[in-house]
Design a protein around this ligand. Structure first.
Ligand code: NAD
Length: 300
């Protein structure tokens, strides 16, 4: 079993993921630029390093959990030459396909095993150790990563070669962004037609309109008690993060020549949310914006 893990990016997701590695018995050396993130990780048993370079020296596995592709590339350019050939490097961030492929090439040039392994499950899943990992890279790299990934998640899927994990993440979140708008539009129409929200939920959750955005994350208060709609649309998964993922989908679709008219429309709708200052609210608050229930209705 790999026992020394270097972890770079100890934010909302990386912090609890690193803690779960410690709980599972790994020695975890961590680095983040933000002092508060470092302090929280240290409380969870992560040994702090003063730089990313210091984190990776002698590590068997290196994990990065960073905000974007360009940042991942900056960090990987710094650390990859310092990691011993044969070690494993895993990026769990959600990034664009181009950066993902460039990162894999960098690792291959150094003789490292590499995986793109983005996650779904949010901060709740990161804390509980129940994340879903979707991995791209060789079968050998995926097998080698199993003990680490199993300490942080419950569903581990090998999606294919380099980049396949990011592709799965981007496609899944495009479905999610679109479906949340579809469900919100249906509830908005139901309101106008005098149909109760509970009645629509009871029918659609057992009919062909059934989907996760409806049954697990219902955007109207009431039917699903744990959904952010019952908690003032506090995230959850912020609209700004959904917008990030939809923009990645549109960049990927453009490069690959795929038609995604609903993905395009959904991107524009979450862009409107952000422009209205609603990017920090849960993405299901798109219901409020579309129906005019948001506090700043006059702007919509
Ligand atoms: P975050 O902003 O809370 O954490 C990112 C951390 O990276 C920050 O603490 C930041 O200080 C650190 N960082 C940035 N540049 C650095 C550098 N050069 N060196 C060291 N540390 C650096 O973001 P997050 O919510 O933890 O998300 C991380 C990734 O996971 C993103 O790619 C995001 O899209 C993805 N993701 C997030 C969620 C979610 O619900 N938050 C869910 C799934 C996937």
């Amino acid at each position: 079993m790999t026992d020394v893990v270097g972890f770079i990016g100890l934010g909302n997701m990386g912090g609890p993921m690193a803690r779960n590695l410690v709980k599972a018995g790994f020695t975890v050396r961590g680095f983040d630029m933000v002092p508060a993130a470092r302090a929280a990780a240290a409380e969870g048993g992560v040994t702090l390093a003063d730089s990313a370079a210091e984190v990776v020296r002698g590590a068997d596995t290196v994990i990065t959990m960073l905000p974007s592709g360009p940042i991942v590339m900056t960090v990987w350019r710094e650390i990859v030459p310092l990691i011993p050939p044969g070690a494993l490097i895993v990026d769990c961030s959600t990034v664009d396909i181009e950066s993902c492929r460039a990162a894999h090439a960098l690792a291959a040039g150094r003789g490292l095993m590499a995986l793109d392994a983005p996650v779904s499950g949010g901060v709740g899943g990161a804390t509980a150790g129940t994340l879903t990992f979707m991995a791209g890279g060789s079968v050998q790299a995926f097998a080698r990563a199993q003990p680490c990934l199993a300490a942080m998640g419950k569903n581990l899927t090998h999606c294919g070669d380099a980049g396949a994990g990011q592709a799965a993440k981007i496609c899944n979140n495009m479905i999610l962004g679109i479906s949340m708008i579809a469900v919100s539009e249906a509830f908005g129409l139901a309101d106008r037609l005098g149909l109760s929200r509970q009645a629509l939920f009871d029918v659609a959750s057992k009919s062909s309109g059934q989907c996760w955005s409806l049954t697990s994350y219902c955007p109207v208060p009431g039917p699903v008690p744990a959904s952010p709609a019952n908690n003032g649309y506090k995230p959850g998964f912020a609209a700004a993060l959904m917008l990030k993922d939809l923009r990645l989908s549109q960049a990927a679709a453009g490069d690959a020549g795929a038609e995604t008219p609903l993905g395009q429309a959904a991107t524009a709708i979450y862009e409107r949310m952000e422009a209205l200052g609603l990017g920090g609210r849960d993405f299901s608050a798109v219901f409020e914006m579309l129906t005019g229930a948001a506090p700043d209705r006059a702007l919509v």
